[in-house]
Design a binder for this molecule. Sequence first.
Ligand SMILES: CC(=O)N[C@H]1[C@@H](OP(=O)(O)OP(=O)(O)OC[C@H]2O[C@@H](n3ccc(=O)[nH]c3=O)[C@H](O)[C@@H]2O)O[C@H](CO)[C@@H](O)[C@@H]1O[C@H](C)C(=O)N[C@@H](C)C(=O)N[C@H](CCC(=O)O)C(=O)O
Ligand SMILES: Nc1ncnc2c1ncn2[C@@H]1O[C@H](COP(=O)(O)OP(=O)(O)OP(=O)(O)O)[C@@H](O)[C@H]1O
Ligand SMILES: N[C@H](CCC[C@H](N)C(=O)O)C(=O)O
Length: 495
Amino acid sequence: MKSLAELGLTARGGAEAQITGLTVDSREVKPGYLFAALPGARVHGGEFIQYALRMKAAAILTDAKGAEIAAKELAGSDAALIVAQDPRATLAQAASLWFGAHSATVVAVTGTNGKTSVTTFCRQIWEELDLPGVNLGTTGVEGAWNHPLKHTTPEPITLHRVLAEAAQNGITHVAMEASSHGLDQRRLDGVILAAAGFSNFSQDHLDYHETFEAYFDAKMGLFRRVLSEDGVAVINLDDPKGPEVAAICTARGQEVIGVGRHPDARLRLTGQRFDATGQDLLFEWQGRARQTRLDLLGGFQADNVLLAAALVIAAGADAADVFDTLQYLTTVRGRMELAATRESGAAVFVDYAHTPDAIETALKAMRPHVLGRIVVIVGAGGDRDVGKRPLMGAAAARNADTVIVTDDNPRSEDPAAIRSAVMAGALNAGGTQSISEVGDRAEAILRGIDMLGAGDALLIAGKGHETGQTVGDTVLPFDDVEQASVAVAALEGWV
Ligand SMILES: CC(=O)N[C@H]1[C@@H](OP(=O)(O)OP(=O)(O)OC[C@H]2O[C@@H](n3ccc(=O)[nH]c3=O)[C@H](O)[C@@H]2O)O[C@H](CO)[C@@H](O)[C@@H]1O[C@H](C)C(=O)N[C@@H](C)C(=O)N[C@H](CCC(=O)O)C(=O)O
Ligand SMILES: Nc1ncnc2c1ncn2[C@@H]1O[C@H](COP(=O)(O)OP(=O)(O)OP(=O)(O)O)[C@@H](O)[C@H]1O
Ligand SMILES: N[C@H](CCC[C@H](N)C(=O)O)C(=O)O
């Protein structure tokens, strides 16, 4: 139990309330709880204050609108009322005080693509340095302690609970993903960061943010609000937005470590050579040259690895020790993951590319590793940014030799309509010889693999580590890696 004062809250009435728990969902209220009635995308949480009071909530945190919606019920109740201008921000601070301690070293990464990869590499580097660490994001909590998560950046009550539990489990180092939704909804407020990273910026999530400016501003919340003035900002200077992000951080007085091929980068990539199983890197740290092997496919993974290395250094590790670990880094689940190989040697990769930029990057990154043709299977998610669909199709057509358009989590939408938007982009882009549409994802994978000759490769894009296909409200079991193995086994006559 904690008092409102211990949670940093000032109430109208009921100030002596002792809080037994926090929730944003009225259906979870128990006697003595603080119910945060938040303005939502579909409904205002104020609508549920009446129910929360009936369940004996001891305190209600909301905004002026929520207090107005439930004015009658609140007037007749002795529960404490906290009216905040931004109740999400207030809730995040209260949640951090409720759960108390979190791991000593926390870093966060934002960017359109690469967050899961960078945070996973941070955790792998810490593990190599014998520091108990986890990465926390789209793939859940992974590392010395594992835990599934519903969101890339969990809402603050879950986030602070997970951070506290990680600390209790002996985890001293955490690398977390900061999604633009999470930043916009203040889910990370109250997390104390040693360092924050920026990977890149391109189109996604315009269904939510509406404009590029709003999307970029949401991401900048990591550096403008969550990371304190004495934190270190690690910025990919090769992204067109990188120098602007660095300027924002410098203006706040934060130390900036630039990463990339850019001449101003403190951790600077100076050479890259590819082969069938990975790449060799030449780089400089503060002007001193180093070399490492990376058993990872895709040039972009070098950008992610260097960003992760700089974050780990920024958070206190010795640079030379960090660079010694890079040769041991392993593939991130569902990111350029080798899923199956045909008897001819043709390879099948699964990758989480689900934005136009990621599709282009992933396909371009495959070229130097592949002798023959590249086939890509691509689809776009339902109930998500509709503008990116033709751009994803076009990126596939411009960068692969053969494109198969299929379904990827149609959710509440008509799958054929989503596919036709992706197809339109592919057909208008020019370039690729063969573009076809196969709605059923398993059949698309089978057909894609059947097309492969010696030296060819297939990229199954969009679902990466996902284990389900969401159709309507139903999640059907579906795993691209598993489907690829099944298809190869069937085509080779192994079963
Ligand atoms: C658009 C969005 O981000 N919505 C999030 C938001 O929901 P909301 O506030 O809009 O929900 P709402 O349905 O309008 O309800 C309003 C309020 O009433 C409450 N309520 C509702 C019903 C009820 O009976 N009782 C009750 O108290 C709700 O708990 C909520 O607080 O706040 C909720 C609680 O914090 C989140 O669970 C929810 O995430 C939804 C499920 C979601 O799908 N979000 C995705 C888009 C998301 O956040 N993705 C990002 C990025 C992924 C990426 O980078 O690819 C992520 O970090 O995962
Ligand atoms: N540095 C990068 N630049 C461009 N594309 C990248 C980069 N890193 C990864 N990608 C592409 O983006 C896909 C998603 O990568 P990752 O999961 O690391 O990003 P993310 O930002 O965590 O995405 P999400 O938050 O949607 O899960 C990869 O499968 C790859 O195709
Ligand atoms: N977390 C992201 C990933 C989407 C991946 C893709 N499989 C899709 O369903 O669009 C989102 O919700 O936009």
